[in-house]
Design a protein around this ligand. Sequence first.
Ligand code: ADP
Ligand code: MG
Length: 314
Amino acid sequence: MVGTGVGASNGVLVKGGAVLEMASKVDTIVFDKTGTLTKGSPVVTDFSRVFATDADESEEQQSNEDYLLWLLGSLERSSEHPLAKAVVEFAEKQLADALATNPFTQPTNFRAVTGRGASGTLLGNVSVAVGNRAFMTAMGCEVPPKTHQVMKRLEQEGKTSVLATVDSKIVAVIGIADEMKDDAPESIAFLRDELGMDVWMVTGDNASTAEAIRKRVNLPRNRVVAEALPATKFQKIISLQQDGKIVAMVGDGINDSPALAKANVGISLATGADIATEAADIVLVSGKYVKEVCTALHLTRSIFRRIKWNLVSL
Ligand code: ADP
Ligand code: MG
């Protein structure tokens, strides 16, 4: 069940005995959302074109949808982000046979900004970007109110909405759904009610999506931090530690690794990014269930209660 050292093949991999003692003292736990509380296999559910003027919404423009999807698929193929994978799969499905004669192309000037999005140049002179509002705003691209409304509607459904731009013009809103792990609410309740922990969620996703997920996992509003860049996640750990808390961080992504390394106990999922498993003290080998976090923390407490008890009774 509990393996120490690198090489345990199932359950929980703990990197050294000192981790066990620290884990038994944890009183505060911070969860990442995407891939940690959610399944991390996002699917595009909505693809909504944005036109600069109503006149643009002509048949001719509509027929360009395949070209747009081809551009977006070509760009996102270079990104390792789970949302990028969802965009590529969607484009592949829509384009189907057309890809045989016209396969995706390789972008130049490819740039991925953690927690924000990706951009690149296609066909030598078409600049394409996919990412969140902050990413587009940083590139000097204003989000029109109508587009903002489309995003809000998706986010209220708990979906992540990202924007796509071509030559700095917003051309589409993409709605992406990532199902919650079934055991997320009960696991959070267990950590809070049975182990008495203070439970937080810190996510790079936008505030409205975070709010929809917060309600589903039944966390108080003041226990959620949204639109968090890797540095924000890291800072949150420090500020909790400064309040005297012993903090565990649970995450799967590149964006979680500074926080995982800073936490008193970093817990990563074997299904996550390599850098996250390297930064962590405990690796959940299956990574499919949030319950594994409960098992790991509950077990370390029991072990240390038993050790103390044995010492007392010597
Ligand atoms: P989380 O903290 O919830 O795991 P991330 O920090 O990985 O989320 O990502 C935050 C946000 O950055 C995403 O919700 C998305 O809006 C945007 N993003 C980052 N990379 C990409 C990409 N390649 N394609 C689309 N959106 C992206
Ligand atoms: Mg994540």
